[in-house]
Design a protein around this ligand. Structure first.
Ligand code: 8HG
Length: 292
């Protein structure tokens, strides 16, 4: 467990002695799209139909607009606080090349995000840039999500399948997601017609999960890996996008290797910790704008 105890107050909680948790690392390592930094260096995010604000004060993590019950039922898991990242980092740092990325992103934790939201979010992510992805998801939420007020400002939850399955292809074409509109439309229909399908996929082992996710339109190997890793707790996933490819070429493999080969190489090398290794590499490569 990566914290000592939690204290509840009226509308916030203080998580004491939190280890391996840096706000910038967690929220800007590419895994989430609904968190934004405030002028004072805190982050405000929307998840599980709620808006929370988080602050780091020394070793304390303060979560505003919540209470101790919610912390125990939602946020403790969401922030993956039961996991010992010191152990993971120790293991990965045995690889002298990976150690550099681990040290750089030392406060990264993998969030446990909602299946349906992540499925659509990562379909939107294909051949797309993170600021554009964030904008598109915000647009979809503003159109069809629930209003949530926090500190006099309105935020929007990510819409439910009940809400989205009634939307037309044209509705999605008006969300600035280009060719992905038809994937989103088709996927919403499929999820609606197969109640519980994402729960079923969640229960599969890593390799089956990767295969089943690719049966959704717009989900290839890379997108499936992201959904597995960021919402289905499949930590042998190794999504290879342009940044991970550059990092792998920079540190390990020859330049003319295919994405598939890089994925296999990564999974062989890092095993059950592949997903964590990938995240340190992604963050390192993107923040340092590495080139090969
Ligand atoms: O965390 C991520 N890992 C990988 N491998 N790819 C990601 C992550 N986050 C994220 O948005 N992407 C995708 O990479 C989106 C987009 O296709 C590209 C941005 O660099």
């Amino acid at each position: 467990m990566d914290f000592k105890q939690v204290e509840g107050f009226n509308d916030y909680v203080v998580v004491k002695k939190v280890k391996n948790f840096e706000l910038d690392h967690v929220f800007e390592c590419g895994q989430c799209f609904r968190w934004n930094k405030t002028e004072t260096g805190k982050f405000i995010g929307i998840a599980y139909g709620k808006v929370i604000e988080v602050e780091k004060n020394g070793e304390d993590l303060i979560i505003y607009n919540t209470n101790i019950e919610e912390f125990k039922t939602i946020w403790q898991e969401y922030f993956d606080l039961n996991r010992d990242y010191t152990e993971i980092k120790k293991e990965l740092s045995k690889d002298a090349l990976l150690k550099k990325s681990v040290d750089f992103g030392k406060g990264i934790r993998l969030l446990k995000q909602e299946h349906f939201e992540l499925l659509l979010s990562f379909i939107i992510s294909s051949n797309n840039r993170i600021p554009m992805i964030k904008r598109a998801i915000a647009t979809i939420s503003e159109k069809w999500g629930e209003k949530i007020e926090y500190k006099g400002k309105i935020y929007y939850s990510f819409p439910t399948i009940e809400e989205l399955h009634t939307k037309t292809l044209e509705d999605f074409e008006n969300c600035s997601i280009g060719f992905r509109a038809k994937y989103i439309f088709n996927t919403c229909q499929k999820v609606y017609e197969n109640t519980g399908i994402l729960e079923q996929i969640f229960k599969l082992d890593d390799n089956e999960c990767h295969i089943e996710l690719q049966k959704f339109m717009g989900v290839g190997p890379k997108v499936a890996d992201c959904i597995m890793l960021f919402s289905m707790q499949k930590y042998s996933a190794f999504p290879v996008d342009v940044w991970v490819k550059r990092a792998m070429m920079h540190f390990y493999v020859a330049p003319d290797v295919s994405l598939k080969k890089i994925r296999e190489f990564g999974r062989d090398k890092f095993g059950e910790l592949s997903g964590f290794a990938q995240q340190y590499l992604f963050y390192y490569a993107r923040e340092n704008n590495i080139e090969v």
